[in-house]
Write a protein that binds this ligand. Structure first.
Ligand code: SF4
Length: 376
């Protein structure tokens, strides 16, 4: 079992909060980039051994800028190089301004069976300071159109912790996606990343980010409203109706190997991870000249132990005690720390697995760090 991630490093414009890797001046080398990515796919087709591909994910950047033919070319190549499961999950991240009836129909007929729509906010003023390329109306139309062409596996991204977002507005945003009947929601708190336009807006006092209390309150509202609507939290920031959990992301959290294609894409093989250079020109040149364009990190048993705790505890699947013990002996004080976390009501233990309680999920990173192996 394994996954493939295709990173499309193009965007129409730069969202003010974003620190992902992309370029807005891609038209002049679009063809060359896609060719380099296809070469990388070919060259690294043995990275996953003979594992069956269960998930394919087009992320970015903005993969909805690709034409139907470009997406089909990647999928055809993947099918020719790998053993692909019949029920493979194929996700595409799409921005609302790229979604019309034709593009949606094309994606569907090409084999995309899961659509991830980047809505973020329904407030026009938010979308403006975010420098998003879409309007609230386009977001609404996009979801309705996607449903009308037969996409039933849809996820939407919503952000909280936005400057000036009132509790009532936040409730209205959540209610809207509940009313649409979408089966999956991903929701992240706005983070002010270094060297972004947002950081400058915040430093100049033009925008004021939410307080910790406001963020926590909005997160609690999110969890509770979605739960009441039958959309359960299965990872800290991901919520789903039964059977609509993202297989691709769930596999990341369970430690399943994946191959990442494109500039800045990460790959994971169980005992090592690697990441491609986050520079479009350097990436294309290196692939074409067959020189290295990635860095590799071999994971020590302690790294793997800590990663399993960090990712596993963020999910409802929890972390297997047996799997941890197979990687490395428990560090001194581990069992005592687990007992302490259980007595605080933050952690539960059920048939070989450790889980966080809803209370514990509010402190997931802190709890994980309490159980880490400290490396010298
Ligand atoms: S569309 Fe997505 S990847 Fe592109 S700039 Fe905006 S947030 Fe970043």
């Amino acid at each position: 079992m394994a996954g493939i991630y295709i990173h499309i490093p193009f965007c129409k414009q730069q969202c003010s909060y974003c620190d992902f890797h992309f370029s807005t001046t891609f038209q002049k080398y679009r063809e060359r980039m896609l060719k380099a990515m296809s070469m990388e796919l070919e060259n690294r087709s043995d990275y996953l051994g003979n594992e069956t591909i269960q998930t394919i994910y087009f992320g970015g950047g903005t993969p909805s800028l690709l034409t139907q033919e470009e997406i089909k070319a990647f999928l055809d190549q993947i099918h020719s190089l790998f053993d692909v499961a019949e029920d493979v999950e194929v996700s595409l991240e799409a921005n609302p301004d790229d979604c019309d009836a034709t593009s949606l129909q094309n994606w569907k007929s090409t084999g995309i069976n899961r659509l991830s729509i980047g809505i973020q906010s329904f407030k026009a003023s938010d979308l403006q300071w975010m420098n998003r390329a879409h309007t609230p109306k386009e977001a609404e139309q996009c979801v309705a159109l996607a449903q009308s062409v037969g996409f039933d596996n849809i996820t939407v991204d919503l952000m909280y912790g936005l400057p000036g977002l009132s509790e009532e507005e936040w409730r209205n945003h959540i209610q809207k996606v509940i009313d649409w009947g979408v089966p999956h929601v991903s929701s992240y708190c706005l983070t002010v990343e270094k060297n972004t336009l947002l950081e400058r807006h915040v430093q100049s006092g033009e925008l004021q980010v939410a307080t910790d209390e406001e963020e926590s309150r909005q997160f609690e509202i999110l969890v509770s409203m979605l739960k009441d609507a039958g959309i359960e939290q299965y990872e800290i920031s991901n919520f789903s109706k039964p059977g609509f959990e993202s297989q691709h992301n769930s596999n990341y959290w369970k430690g399943v190997p994946y191959l990442g294609i494109g500039p800045s894409a990460h790959s994971f093989q169980g005992t090592s991870r690697q990441w491609n250079v986050a520079n479009n020109s350097m990436y294309m040149k290196a692939v074409e000249e067959e020189i290295d364009y990635f860095e590799v990190e071999v994971l020590s048993p302690a790294d793997r132990f800590n990663e399993l705790i960090l990712t596993g505890l963020r999910t409802i699947y929890g972390v297997s005690i047996r799997q941890l013990s197979e990687i490395q002996d428990f560090p001194k004080g581990f069992s005592e720390n687990v007992e302490q976390l259980k007595s605080q009501g933050w952690m539960e233990e059920k048939s070989d697995r450790l889980y966080l309680t809803p209370e514990g999920r509010l402190r997931a990173d802190f709890i994980a760090s309490e159980l880490f192996i400290v490396q010298g």
